[in-house]
Write a new protein. Structure first.
Length: 236
């Protein structure tokens, strides 16, 4: 069964997040969809949602701490209030815009691993690295596994080429196959693709060998489109 994840980034309010989660939940319940669906709302929209077991709410980020003096961050005290046990780590926007280093990413990974969180861990190369060819791209990606326990039982990987995120440019099937095959040879974990996945290409992408689902930003923010995405992949 496919794993379909939605990254809200800095979109939606508490009110629209609640509507979104309720509607997706109703759809999953009424249509007996077995896919695992994960939604990452903003921290301000986390809540105690009553959902079916295959609709999981995760956090886009949190600091590697229970509580303390880390202005602007949240820790597990805040996540526990909403029983959140799923976290997105290593997203390229946190690495490249917010400047998280591999060391910081690995520290966060290890903290949440020890607590048993489901971790969706992102890796992916910028355009200048892609232009250097497959070998360099793979070397760049492998560097993003430094300090990461790739045997962790609750780990889901997401390959997200930076040049395809939010740009409308999806990687070609060949690009996806090359990278996914190489990663899967080394790491036997569910591996999602992310980068401009849309309603009309999600089925084709998720049907490729070694693609276990999709992590979707822009195209997932509209609830009708997100439900269509789940519908289009429900039997994969
Ligand atoms: C993402 O942010 O994880 C992502 C894949 O974004 P988009 O679908 O907009 O490219």
């Amino acid at each position: 069964m496919a794993i379909i994840a939605s990254n809200f980034k800095t979109n939606h309010t508490r009110k629209t997040t609640k509507e979104f989660v309720c509607n997706v939940n109703e759809y999953l319940k009424n249509n007996e969809i077995l896919s695992e669906v994960i939604v990452f709302p903003t921290s301000t929209s986390l809540d105690n949602f009553d959902t079916v077991s295959n609709l999981i709410i995760g956090t886009q980020n949190a600091y590697a701490v229970h509580k303390g003096s880390y202005t602007g961050e949240i820790g597990t005290e805040q996540l526990d209030e909403f029983s959140i046990k799923t976290i997105l780590i290593g997203h390229s926007e946190r690495r490249h815009i917010l400047g998280e280093t591999q060391e910081e990413v690995a520290q966060k990974f290890n903290f949440y691993k020890q607590l048993g969180y489901k971790i969706v861990y992102c890796i992916g190369e910028p355009l200048e690295v892609k232009k250097e060819g497959l070998q360099n791209t793979l070397e760049y990606i492998y560097e993003q596994f430094v300090g990461i326990d790739t045997n962790y039982e609750n780990l889901i990987l997401a390959y997200e080429p930076v040049w395809a995120i939010g740009t409308g440019v999806t990687a070609t099937n060949e690009d996806i196959i090359n990278i996914h095959n190489a990663i899967k040879e080394k790491i036997s974990k569910p591996l999602l693709y992310g980068g401009s996945v849309k309603v009309n290409n999600v089925r084709e992408i998720c049907s490729l060998d070694n693609v276990d689902g999709a992590l979707i930003g822009t195209a997932s923010w509209n609830q009708e489109d997100f439900i269509k995405i789940i519908e289009n992949t429900k039997d994969i």
